[in-house]
Each structure stands twice: as structure tokens, then as C-alpha cells.
Ligand binder design. Structure first.
Ligand code: PMT
Length: 397
């Protein structure tokens, strides 16, 4: 049921640490590869050898010891993990993660991972109810961490109340459910474009724009997380390839055009890229030399990729973007019609918190049905989810 899943179990220092052994054993029996990282405090409650025997993997405790194998070096574990499970998760680990403290092997590995992280909470009732701790839980929620709530009952300290580690069976069920959750784009293919393009003037110079690719990469990542097969046609960016996404790297608008045309056998096309509309009409094979006078460069039009997709589209849901500095609504609606789009995501790239480069965007979505959806400033990762929800609604129609 968990065949081949790489699960990192973080054990922290609470009396319930011994129950983590049961969790590791269950995960292992279900076919997962389990890597245990222990905090120093947790080793006072249970020996690393127990987890080593159960997981059949080396157990890491000390960040500064010579790695026994690079497989368990913290960055390598962070990258390989499909899921992190902190069991038991004490008030201390919650507080540290909520405030970005990375001072041991477990917290540095957690800080470096993009995998989903689940905290199986366990602590004294009064600690659990402490408003500082409750605030820290809210911070974890804000950053997308998952919580496995504690049970109520008689705690090890003798108190009765909330704080008892969830039953190992419930913890493992949560993990199974996470991996088996219905993913709304399973079996769908989505083409996303992102980033700028570059148009060379000569072997050393080019024109481009401020696109970082963040908007398009966020969409690609969110689509992959929903189970889609994602092709990301990307101009030059400094971003890593999102998990589970196939990236085709291009430089010029013509290259982006060719890559998009070759990959139109998809269910949806989302064009977040900012391709250059013009290229130098007379590319110089040699470096253009500085002269006394001014320099004029003639530009000619690049193909309009989105317009062409709009002409060719059969069944695909087609989403365009409109990056505008003025008359946002009018220009966006014009593009929606002229390019035969299903929806257009308009952003005023002069607004604070919107457009190029930053981590946030402010968008309005105009649907071809006439519906308009206006959003406040959001993280680009959340904008991506909003756009995908609209695409999914159309695909399900
Ligand atoms: O990459 P980031 O730094 O995260 O910034 C995000 C963004 C501002 C680039 C993004 O939110 C955005 O607005 N992308 C569209 C940029 C753009 O080129 O807008 P446009 O209004 O000029 O073009 C309209 C649409 O036609 C876009 O979907 C564009 O991808 C497409 N187009 C444009 C020119 C061209 N030759 N071919 C195209 O397909």
C-alpha cells in the first residue's frame, strides 16, 4: 500500500517516543522505505538501535557526525522524502519549526524539504492548551503543515485531557489516506508555459523582460500535485524543476512556439509565460561594435503562441494571462475574445505585490462565460491553485 514511498520519521523527545517504533514497524510492513531521524532528547526515551532494526536503515541523530552514508545526509534525505512524519511531535519541535529554527539534524532536514510534513502531536494537556503553542499550530497551518491531532485520555504524567499521541493505527491510516487521496487531475495532461524568452541581438546581447517564471512554475507544481502529467515549457529561469514535472527549456519565443506546438495533445494549456513579442530583424553574427553615433535596431514580430493555440484548439481548456500596466480589464477582455481563450488571468504588473518576480500576485480571472473572479493579493502558489480549480471545473463539465 505504501510500496516504494520514502518516509522520513522524525522522533522527538516525549514519553510517547516508544510508540514511534510501532509506527515505523507498520510503515515498513506496508512497503515504505523508512528513514528515522532522532533528536538528541528522544534518545533518552528510546535507543536508535530499535529504529535501526525496525527500519533497516541507519538512524541519524547527530548532525555533525561523519555521515555513514551520503544517502542519509540531511539535504539528500530532504530531497528524497515523499513524506515527513514527526512522531511524537512535542511542543518544542512545533515551536522550532513555526519560528524557522533549524539547529539539529531533524529541523535542518525539515527546513530543507519540499515534501508534506505531518506532526503527530503529543504532550501534556496544559502545554497543548497553552495559547503560545496554539498560535504556533496556526503558523504551521499557514505554511501547509499537516497536523495529526492528539487523543484525549489519561496521560503519562497522570493528567487527564487532550495530548495523548494518536493511536499508531490512526497515524499510519492518515499517511495511507494522504497517498491515496483522490487527485483531481489524475489521467490528465497539462501544458504550462513559464518565464521570459530572450531574443538575441548578437552573440553577446539580448532583450528580455522581468519574468522570473515563479507564476508558471507554481501552476506546474500544483497541477502535478493534483496528479496531472505536466509539461512545462520554460524560458530561462533560475528555478528548479518542480517535483514530477517534465520541463522543456527554451530560449527564444520561436523555440517556445515550436515546443508548445509539438505538445498540444493535452487537456489544458496554461500560458503564464511572458514571451517577447518582437525579435531583432537583423541578428548580427558578430558582436555589434560601438560607434560614434546612436544605434537603431529594427525589430520584427514574433509569433503569437497563444493566438495560434486558440486557432488550433479542439477540446483543450485554454488559459491565457494578461500582463497590463493600464486599462487592465479592457485589454484582458479583448485578448480573451481575440485569442479564443476559455479564461484569462489579468494582472496589473504595476501594482504593489503583483506581476513579475515577487512571490505574490493580484489577479482577476475573466471567464468566457462572462463570469469575473477578483482576488486580493495572494502567494503565487495560492493563485496557482485558484486557476487550477477553475480549469478543473471546466474539465469536469
Ligand atoms: O514569471 P513571474 O515573475 O512569476 O511573473 C508572472 C507574470 C507577470 C509573467 C505572469 O503573471 C503573466 O502575466 N504572464 C503573461 C505575460 C505576458 O506576456 O502577458 P501579455 O499580456 O503580453 O500576453 C498575453 C498572453 O499571450 C500571455 O498568456 C502570454 O503568455 C501570451 N503570449 C504573448 C506573446 C507571445 N508572442 N505569445 C504568447 O503566447
Amino acid at each position: 500500500m505504501l510500496n516504494g514511498k520514502n518516509i522520513v520519521v522524525g522522533v522527538t523527545g516525549g514519553i510517547a517516543a516508544y510508540k514511534a517504533a510501532d509506527v515505523v514497524s507498520r510503515l515498513k510492513k506496508l512497503g515504505a522505505n523508512v528513514y528515522v531521524v532522532m533528536t538528541e532528547h528522544s534518545t533518552k526515551f528510546i535507543q536508535p538501535l530499535t529504529f535501526q532494526s525496525l527500519s533497516q536503515n541507519y538512524v541519524v541523530t547527530d548532525m555533525f557526525e561523519d555521515p555513514k552514508t551520503w544517502d542519509v545526509e540531511h539535504i539528500s534525505l530532504a530531497k528524497r522524502a515523499d513524506l515527513f512524519l514527526i512522531v511524537p511531535a512535542t511542543a518544542n519541535i512545533v515551536g522550532k519549526v513555526a519560528h524557522g529554527i533549524a539547529d539539529d539534524m531533524l529541523t535542518t532536514t525539515m527546513m530543507a524539504t519540499e515534501a508534506p510534513v505531518f506532526f503527530a502531536l503529543a504532550m501534556n494537556t496544559k502545554m497543548y492548551e497553552n495559547p503560545i503553542f496554539q498560535d504556533n499550530l496556526k503558523i504551521l497551518g499557514k505554511y501547509g503543515y499537516h497536523l495529526i491531532t492528539p487523543d484525549s485520555g489519561r496521560l503519562a504524567c497522570g493528567d487527564v485531557g487532550t495530548g495523548k499521541l494518536a493511536d499508531p493505527e490512526r497515524i499510519v491510516d492518515t499517511v495511507i489516506q494522504f497517498f491515496n487521496r483522490p487527485r483531481r487531475l489524475s489521467g490528465r495532461r497539462i501544458l504550462v508555459t513559464a518565464g521570459p524568452t530572450r531574443e538575441a541581438l548578437d552573440p553577446v546581447r539580448y532583450i528580455t523582460n522581468h519574468s522570473s517564471g515563479k507564476m508558471g512554475y507554481a501552476i506546474a507544481e500544483a497541477a502535478a500535485a493534483e496528479g496531472a502529467e505536466v509539461i512545462l515549457v520554460s524560458g530561462p529561469t533560475a528555478l528548479d524543476i518542480p517535483n514530477g514535472v517534465k520541463r522543456i527549456s527554451v530560449v527564444s519565443t520561436q523555440e517556445m512556439f515550436d515546443a508548445v506546438m509539438a505538445n498540444l495533445d493535452v487537456d489544458a494549456v496554461i500560458k503564464a509565460a511572458a514571451p517577447a513579442d518582437y525579435k531583432a530583424a537583423d541578428y548580427s553574427d558578430e558582436k555589434i561594435k560601438k560607434t560614434e553615433g546612436d544605434l537603431s535596431i529594427r525589430f520584427e514580430k514574433n509569433p503569437d503562441i497563444l493566438k495560434r493555440v486558440g486557432e488550433l484548439k479542439t477540446h483543450q481548456v485554454l488559459v491565457g494571462f494578461a500582463a497590463e500596466t493600464h486599462n487592465v480589464e479592457a485589454y484582458a477582455k479583448k485578448k480573451l475574445v481575440e485569442k479564443n481563450l476559455d479564461m484569462i488571468v489579468a494582472n496589473d504588473v504595476t501594482a504593489e505585490g503583483a506581476g513579475f518576480n515577487g512571490d505574490t500576485n493580484i489577479v482577476t480571472i475573466y471567464d468566457r462565460s462572462g463570469d469575473v473572479f477578483k482576488y486580493d493579493c495572494m502567494e503565487k502558489t495560492d493563485v496557482a491553485k485558484v486557476i487550477l480549480n477553475k480549469v478543473i471545473e471546466r474539465l469536469q463539465k
